[in-house]
Design a binder for this molecule. Structure first.
Ligand SMILES: Nc1ncnc2c1ncn2[C@@H]1O[C@H](COP(=O)(O)OP(=O)(O)OP(=O)(O)O)[C@@H](O)[C@H]1O
Ligand SMILES: [Mg+2]
Length: 585
């Protein structure tokens, strides 16, 4: 996108606030007018008071100046307040929009963009954009108008001299635009490395235990140092260029003044110009210097803001998965079957398919255990059901309807996922359980917690359901976290359950409770479970064995054992369990 397009797009957000903006512009015009008045007043002060010694004007003029100053102050206040009001609102809106957009982006998108970079987009880029709206609009409009009015005064006092000066302007403008372009590039680089730093920070802090245990402090610091160094280079260069702008302008300004003094001096000595006119002209020029300088630094901000806005809009323009969602039908409550027909899937950028030619029909209410070596494609197969990815080949049907024909929302509403690594939010226990059903009543939440064998420990917590559990539930034990995640799925009560059993066994007591909770969860629904426990495969209606993305065996535990094939070997090595799980009430 070109700078102009981006800027107009930013402006399009302002439509809603047009009334306030108009008032703000009027205020800006007022400020500009008062500045012009100051410059113009120099003439009567000099010619009438100092030279003609007019007594009446001597008393009137100071009052006029005071009045003008008061008005200018009021206008400046109104203008600044209204512009920030609008600017901050626009930025808040964009930030909200961007986060919402990211949440709707597909899984492949999130795998391609590190979370750190996305964080940087929402926080830093939007902040940079923030400068574009209040500061820049203010500077552009107010300083621009002031400059215009002052130029007007200069022309009024002596148009020939003013014209001569105007010729010099384009030269300085060119230099400023050049510098602006370079600044924009630097800003982009700076923001990218900010994203890299955010990534290192996030991973370093989130993985703090591992970092410490493996003595990774040094490695993490080095990773961070890379982004930090790039950022440092970009900001240093940018500061250097920014610092160049001021002296450059000053030089041009002083050159102009020198010229005025020389030429104007001639005119006054020649008698073509009154001293008052000359000094008024000079005052206008002196006063024009500040707005000119501000316009130039506004340019620095504009360039940075445009660079940031460009990245923000680029992201907003990438289509999220609900746009790709061609499904129109609402999926009715699942009641019959889930069917994979010749399904293959290959991850973007990899050569081999992760799963290939899967045919599998599941009846409603069945428990299907998926087993297989690590990397055999179990998780991949599961992630096709909620359409985190779409099959590269073949199709998946629910009750005879192709998944692609139903809306994502109605599909996902019927699925609960309990994953290998439980995901909890830094919220209360209540909010975590009710995550999939925010409208659930206290009663229902407690019931779900009981069914998930979580109530017993929730009761012991200092604030019960309202206890905050920390980031990803750091204040809970592994088993407690799992049971909370199970309670969450129970409360959602979906017809289809996708379960990725944790690979690591918990201690006996905790493991039993988790198993009992899982058994409760699987009741009365279709369950696809990636099984790591013997008890799960033993109780499954069917076991499907995957190897290198293909179904190699299927059947029940004893049959498969007798076959003495892949399953038998898995059975000997893979399943961990705690005996006598079923004796729990
Ligand atoms: N996001 C991804 N991008 C590219 N390849 C992937 C991605 N996720 C998984 N794979 C590859 O796809 C294959 C199947 O992985 P998958 O996660 O489905 O295995 P799995 O059976 O769940 O293994 P595990 O028991 O270890 O969880 C593996 O070869 C893996 O390297
Ligand atoms: Mg897996």
């Amino acid at each position: 996108m070109s700078g102009m397009t981006v800027y107009f797009r930013i402006l399009s957000y302002l439509h809603e606030y047009r009334f306030r903006l108009i008032v703000a512009c009027l205020c800006a015009a007022g400020v500009a007018g008062m500045s012009g008045l100051y410059a113009w007043l120099v003439q009567p002060v000099l010619d009438e008071i100092f030279i003609a010694r007019n007594q009446l004007l001597l008393t009137v003029l100071p009052l006029v100046v005071l009045g003008a100053a008061t008005l200018k102050g009021l206008f400046a206040y109104g203008q600044a307040y209204l512009m920030s009001y609008v600017g901050n609102r626009v930025v808040a809106e964009v930030r909200q929009q961007l986060f919402g957009h990211f949440l709707r982006m597909s899984l492949p998108f999130h795998q391609k963009h590190s979370s750190g970079r996305l964080v940087a987009r929402v926080i830093n880029d939007v902040n940079e954009m923030a400068n574009a709206v209040p500061n820049v609009i203010r500077d552009l409009i107010q300083q621009g108008l002031t400059l215009l009015v002052l130029t007007g005064v200069a022309f009024y006092q002596n148009w020939k001299l003013a014209t001569a000066l105007l010729v010099v302007m384009p030269v300085s403008t060119y230099a400023i635009v050049k510098i602006g372009k370079r600044l924009r590039k630097l800003a982009a680089r700076g923001q990218e490395s900010m994203g890299d730093m955010a990534s290192s920070l996030k991973e370093g802090f989130a993985g703090i235990r591992i970092v410490k245990a493996y003595g990774g402090e040094h490695v993490e610091q080095q990773r961070f140092a890379k982004g930090n160094a790039t950022y440092l280079r970009a900001v240093t260069k940018s500061a250097q260029l920014g610092a160049l702008t001021s002296p450059l302008l000053e030089l041009i300004g002083i050159g102009g003044i020198a010229f005025i003094v020389w030429y104007g001096g001639f005119s006054v000595i020649d008698g073509q110009m009154k001293p008052g006119e000359f000094f008024s002209f000079l005052a206008a020029m002196f006063m024009a210097y500040a707005p000119l300088k501000k316009l130039a630094s506004a340019n620095v901000f504009i360039q940075r803001a445009i660079a940031a806005a460009n990245r923000v809009f680029e992201m907003l323009d990438t289509e999220h998965e609900f746009v790709h969602d061609r499904g129109r039908a609402t999926l009715p409550a699942i009641s019959r079957s889930l069917e994979f027909q010749n399904v293959s899937f290959r991850y973007e950028g990899s050569d081999d398919p992760a799963i290939a030619h899967i045919d599998l029909a599941v009846e409603f209410g069945e428990v299907i255990a998926l087993v297989g070596k690590s990397g055999s494609g179990k998780s991949t197969l599961m992630s096709l059901v909620p359409r985190f990815y779409d099959p590269s080949e073949g199709r998946i049907l629910i009750d005879g309807l192709d998944l692609k024909e139903v809306t994502l929302a109605s599909l996902r509403a019927q699925i609960a996922i309990v994953s290998q690594d439980t995901v909890l939010f830094d919220e209360s226990v209540r909010a975590n359980i009710a995550y999939g059903r925010p409208d659930a009543s206290e009663e229902e939440i407690i019931q779900a917690a009981r069914a998930g064998y979580a109530w017993e420990f929730i009761e012991e917590l200092p604030n019960g359901l309202d206890t905050l559990i920390g980031e990803n539930g750091v204040t809970l034990s592994g088993g407690q976290r799992q049971r909370l995640a199970i309670a969450r799925a129970i409360l959602r009560n979906p017809p289809l359950l996708i379960l990725d059993e944790a690979t690591s066994a918990l201690d006996t007591e905790s493991e039993r409770k988790v198993q009992a909770a899982l058994a409760e969860l699987m009741k009365n629904r279709t369950t696809l479970v990636i099984a790591h426990r013997l008890s799960t495969v033993q109780h499954a209606d069917r076991i499907v064995v995957l190897d290198e993305g293909r179904v190699v065996e299927a059947g029940i535990h004893h049959e498969l054992l007798r076959r003495n094939g892949v399953y038998t070997r898995l059975h000997q090595t893979q399943f961990h369990d705690v005996p006598a799980a079923s004796t729990l009430p």
